[in-house]
Design a binder for this molecule. Structure first.
Ligand SMILES: [Zn+2]
Length: 161
């Protein structure tokens, strides 16, 4: 699946996806939404699948989500990234068919549960802000522990937002 380094293979940014990968600059998660029916279209596409509108624009979401499923990686695939770390699919609060493949940070892998409430944090690499998620204690999740994060190739670890 990952064919290059660093571990977090940086996305190819196009005019259609730049808003998504740079939203973390403002600390806000954004998705493309239909201007007429407000359906969130992710991954971004030029046409709304609900009403076939071609008028879509970025919208802000809360950044709150839920762990839909997850796996704990124990392999040292990459020299800069020490296992274990958590790869998860997170659904967003606004629309539960929007699913993000992401990493969970600031939580011990054995404390992660299905359905755990999480909130977005951004991990910056150059001009890309990767959305990741930490537990949301305001909605019943465990308290995030900033000392627990996958080591990043840039040493950022997600703390410098
Ligand atoms: Zn629509």
């Amino acid at each position: 699946m990952f064919d290059g380094k660093p571990f977090r293979v940086l996305p190819r940014i196009t005019d259609d996806t730049e808003f998504f990968w740079t939203a973390g600059r403002d600390g806000v998660l954004r998705f493309l939404a239909c201007d007429s029916c407000r359906y969130i279209v992710h991954p971004p596409a030029p046409i709304c699948p609900r009403d076939h509108s071609r008028h879509l624009s970025p919208c802000e979401v809360s950044g709150r989500g839920t762990v839909h499923t997850f796996t704990v990686n124990h392999q040292q695939w990459y020299p800069d990234l020490d296992p274990p770390y958590v790869i998860a699919i997170v659904t967003i609060e606004e629309q539960d068919d929007v699913r993000l493949m992401t990493n969970l940070v600031h939580v011990a892998p054995d404390a992660v549960t299905f359905g755990m409430p999480v909130r977005v944090v951004f991990d910056r690499y150059l001009d890309v802000w990767l959305p990741m998620f930490e537990p949301d204690p305001t909605r019943g999740g465990p308290e995030p522990d900033p000392t627990i994060a996958p080591a990043s190739p840039t040493g950022g670890g997600g703390e410098d937002q």
